[in-house]
Structures are given as C-alpha cells and as structure tokens.
Design a binder for this molecule. Structure first.
Ligand code: PEP
Ligand code: MG
Length: 315
C-alpha cells in the first residue's frame, strides 16, 4: 500500500520548502511516450531518438521521423518534451550512420560529431522535429549529445534555430564540456547532464564493463565535481541544468544533485515516485548539506554513506 500511495501521487516534484524540481521521463519510442504520459511525470527530459532506428539499414526519411515525433509530442500536449538528436556510435550503433572500422568507437565519430561526415542526417532530423512542432502546436526542446566544445554548441544551435526549433540545448557528458559549461551556456538555452557518459569519460571506464562498476559510480567525487561546476555555471547564467543519466533515478543521489543546483531530473518513469517522495521530505538547505558531504568524501562509497546518514525520511 505504501507503494500504491507513492504511485498514485502525481504532484509536481518539489523539495520540502517548495523549490520546484521537474520530474521527467526518459523515453525511446512513441509507445514509451503513450505509456508514461498517463503517469505522474511532468514531461520528457530525454527522448533517445536513435532507439527508433537501431534496426534501420537506411537513413529514415523526414516524413517518417516527423510522424513519430508528432505522436510523441501529442502524447504530452503542453508538457515539456526534450528531444535528443541522434546519438549514434559506440554503445548505440546505427547501420546507416556509424563507421564500422573505428578502433575506439566511444572516442570516435559519435553523437553530434556525426555532423562532420553526415550533416544531412542532423538537418533532416531537425526539419522533421520542426514539422512535428507545427503540426502539434507544441514547443519541443531539442538537444545534441556528445558536445565537447562551445564551438560545437554554437553550430548546433545555429542549425536547430535555422530549422525552426526555438529552444536549444546540449548534453554535458564530456568532461571538457563540464569544465567549460559557462562558455557553452552562452550559446544555448539549457544543458542536460548525461551522467552515464560523464562518468565513463571522467573515470576512463567503459560504461558496459560490469566489473568496473565501482569506478563508473556516479557518486565518484570527481564526477560530482563536474556536476557541481556545470550547475554553478547554470545558476550564473540563469539557465536550466537538468540531469538525464541513471544517477537521477537514485533517490539519495537525486537529493545531492538538487543540492548541487540541478533544476530538473529525468529518469525511467518507474523511478519517479521514490524520487518525488525523497525530495518532498528534504529542504533545499538539507540537500545542499548532503551535496557538500558527497563532494568532501574521499570515495564514492564514503560519500554515499555520509549522505545516507543525513537522511531523515525512509527513502
Ligand atoms: C548519458 O550518457 O548519461 C545519457 C543520458 O545518455 P545515454 O545513456 O543515452 O548515452
Ligand atoms: Mg550519453
């Protein structure tokens, strides 16, 4: 029954003192969108569009893409939907976009970098999204994956705005981008931290190697330092800084992220109720104290246990 109470609670995410933290879903298909739109999520913080095309051998047409994006936007109506442009390569190979002969695909022509070899893929996708925007009368947000420099952010924003998508952001998932978040935020309207890749690249640890999970841990103080730097830059620029990596679905770590200054959390929809409950039982000041404890800890494990010691609700 506790779980049922959690599930039926659809209030917007907020701390005990009333600071709003939007609780959003990660989705990969129009079916996901239809399924989670009826639950207690405030929108979509990450629409992984490459999931649509994992089986495709040819690049999808603008019409085919517009049809899917229209379905997803319709499912959420006035709620926020953040569409990520194709993140092909490494752990997400696409037959029509990835180079098969790369020695280090995680460091290769992946994510936004595909614009160097296949600029038409990005422009077609942006046009399809603009079409869906017009068809639905909604205002989707769009963001690019694997941005490393402010120049890439500027070029992506130029292409997105030229296509007619107004609210433009980038993912912060490469350490260089976190370190230069201020310059990147000057080019875009928002950023979203992808803590899966940010941990992979900060810790030099393949995200698919289970036996290295202790290094890949998003509680690693070095990873949290980069979240901290990005959140501070966002506060200075007065622009939203979300998190859409798996770290947002850990209710304890979610409190730390909010304490660092993150403004929205996107996760698999099933994780939202527990994160909502944790947030509601802690104030912004308590979250900040937890964030300081996690940053000061000498290790991931010690950071987590220090923060668990500060909890005062059963999260
Ligand atoms: C991430 O890297 O944290 C992220 C959200 O994107 P993906 O897991 O799709 O790479
Ligand atoms: Mg990523």
């Amino acid at each position: 029954t506790v779980e049922r109470t959690l599930e039926s609670d659809t209030a917007p995410g907020a701390t005990a003192d009333g600071r709003a933290v939007a609780l959003l879903a990660n989705i990969g298909t129009a079916e996901d969108a239809a399924r989670v739109a009826g639950g207690g999520v405030e929108g979509v913080g990450l629409f992984r569009t490459e999931v649509l095309f994992l089986e495709s051998t040819a690049a999808p047409s603008q019409e085919a893409q517009a049809a899917v994006y229209t379905r997803v936007l319709r499912s959420f109506g006035d709620r926020k939907v953040v569409v990520r442009t194709l993140d092909a390569g490494a752990d997400k190979p696409l037959a029509f976009a990835t180079q098969p002969d790369e020695e280090n695909p995680a460091l290769g022509v992946r994510g936004y970098r595909l614009v160097r070899t296949h600029p038409e893929l990005l422009d077609t996708q942006l046009e399809a999204l603009a079409h869906a925007q017009t068809a639905t009368g909604t205002t989707p947000w769009v963001m690019a994956p694997m941005i490393a420099t402010a120049a890439e952010a500027r070029e992506f924003a130029r292409r997105a705005r030229a296509a007619g998508v107004a609210t433009v952001g980038v993912m912060i998932e490469v350490p260089a981008a976190a370190l230069r978040a201020q310059e990147i935020l000057a080019e875009v309207d928002f950023v979203s931290l992808g803590t899966n890749d940010l941990a992979q690249y900060t810790m030099a640890t393949d995200r698919l190697r289970g036996e290295l999970a202790d290094l890949l841990d998003p509680w690693q103080p070095a990873v949290l330092d980069l979240v901290d730097a990005t959140a501070r830059a966002g506060q200075q620029a007065r622009k939203p800084v979300g998190v859409c990596g798996e770290s947002a679905s850990d209710p304890v770590l979610a409190l730390v992220l909010v304490g660092l200054g993150v403004t929205s959390l996107s996760m698999s929809a099933g994780a939202v109720p527990a994160v909502r409950y944790a947030l509601r039982h802690h104030t912004t000041a308590e979250c900040a104290t937890m964030a300081a404890a996690a940053l000061a800890a000498p290790s991931a494990a010690e950071g987590r246990s220090a923060v668990v010691g500060l909890l005062h609700a059963d999260v």
